[in-house]
Ligand binder design. Structure first.
Ligand code: 5GP
Ligand code: MN
Length: 340
């Protein structure tokens, strides 16, 4: 028996909103990852089985390695289809915001969602949820939003409505947000849920292969280059930094998702507890931070790069040059020695 986790009154509120609504929009954070897509499409499949009309809208494109997900072909990408998305959002009865805590994680889609008249339901596992939603289902101790979607559907009394497609999406999010169950994955109930999903027909080995073993040769070469030429180690700080400039990314025909997982790699070096990856985008520097144990990646991100996230996985942005972002990082590193 899986414990309840989501408070009873929240379940009633969600039920009421779902009953009232016919059309629904599901949105996730910019640069959708496996959990964003898994939770959104998991919920989408469920809502279809109860005869609602849901539409998933993502702010920017999702990576190719998630394109196989059932329902991914029905997802609208806001930045490619603004007018159509604006019309759908303006007319919808209900909006689910999944896998992020504050509306600025929607980037270019922030204002249209903020201004939408439809009530919003937040389902998320990041710290410090904003107060924009009519119903806020925020459980940072849960390792993925996809797991929360599974729990939500069950608590709505609809476990029997979880079809294989829905189960595959939920499994994908649970798998990707835990690095295939290698971190943030010690809660036994995760495996009770995985057990249920496999019983529903999920082929977990095949999903692993689709997500982690379908990269391009360019991506592999980019990884090799980044690790060989661009990884800097700070032994005193048990830290590592990788940077990739726009020119370097171009050289390897960089596509969305090609740098996925790169930031985790230095953590497999003995003595490295903190890893940072800075990627130059056309309009900003995107920063990913990962740590092990109690070293607070989210604090470093909040202090230096206007970001946030989880203790061991955080992100932020910088509107400086890549060199300046590196300088800021290096100058601040010693301030965090007490956390080692
Ligand atoms: P990633 O490095 O995979 O982009 O992000 C890791 C985690 O950091 C995400 O799950 C999210 O919680 C957080 N994160 C990433 N980028 C940002 C950002 O720009 N701002 C904030 N507040 N959190 C971020
Ligand atoms: Mn997540």
């Amino acid at each position: 028996m899986i414990s309840k986790v989501i408070a009873e009154d929240l379940i009633h509120k969600v039920q009421k909103e779902i009953d009232k609504a016919e059309t629904m929009v599901i949105v996730v954070h910019v640069g959708p990852d496996g959990d964003a897509m898994g939770s959104a499409l998991g919920l989408w499949h469920y809502l279809m089985t109860i005869d609602k009309e849901p539409q998933v809208i993502v702010p920017t494109a999702f990576p190719d390695f998630l394109a196989w997900m059932p329902g991914a072909d029905k997802v609208l990408v806001y930045e490619n289809d603004k007018q159509k998305c604006d019309e759908i959002i303006a007319a919808t009865d209900l909006i689910f915001t999944l896998d992020f805590n504050v509306l600025n994680r929607l980037a270019g889609m922030e204002h249209v969602i903020k201004d939408a008249v439809a009530p919003k339901i937040l389902v998320d596992h990041h710290l410090h949820p904003g107060d924009y939603a009519k119903v806020t289902i925020s459980y940072p101790e849960i390792s993925s939003t996809s797991e929360l979607i599974f729990r939500l559907i069950c608590r709505l009394g609809d476990f029997s409505k979880i079809n294989l497609a829905c189960a595959e999406c939920i499994y994908t999010g649970m798998m990707t947000d835990t690095g295939a169950f290698t971190y943030n994955s010690n809660k036994p109930e995760i495996y009770s849920i995985v057990y249920e999903l496999i019983k529903l027909g999920v082929d977990k080995d095949d999903i692993y292969r689709r997500v982690f073993n379908t990269y391009s040769a360019d991506r592999m070469r980019l990884m090799g280059y980044a690790l060989y030429q661009k990884m800097k180690i700070y032994p005193e700080n048990k830290a590592a930094l990788i940077t990739l400039s726009l020119d370097e990314l171009k050289e390897f025909n960089f596509k969305n998702g090609d740098a996925e997982g790169l930031v985790n790699m230095p953590l497999s070096i003995d003595g490295v507890l903190f890893s940072v990856f800075m990627r130059e985008d056309p309009d900003k520097i995107k920063i990913s931070l990962r740590s092990q144990g109690t070293f607070p990646a989210n604090k470093v991100s909040a202090d230096l790069f206007d970001g946030g996230g989880h203790l061991n996985a955080a992100g932020g942005e910088s509107y400086t040059t890549l060199e300046e972002a590196v300088r800021k990082f290096e100058e601040a590193l010693d301030d965090y020695k007490d956390f080692l």
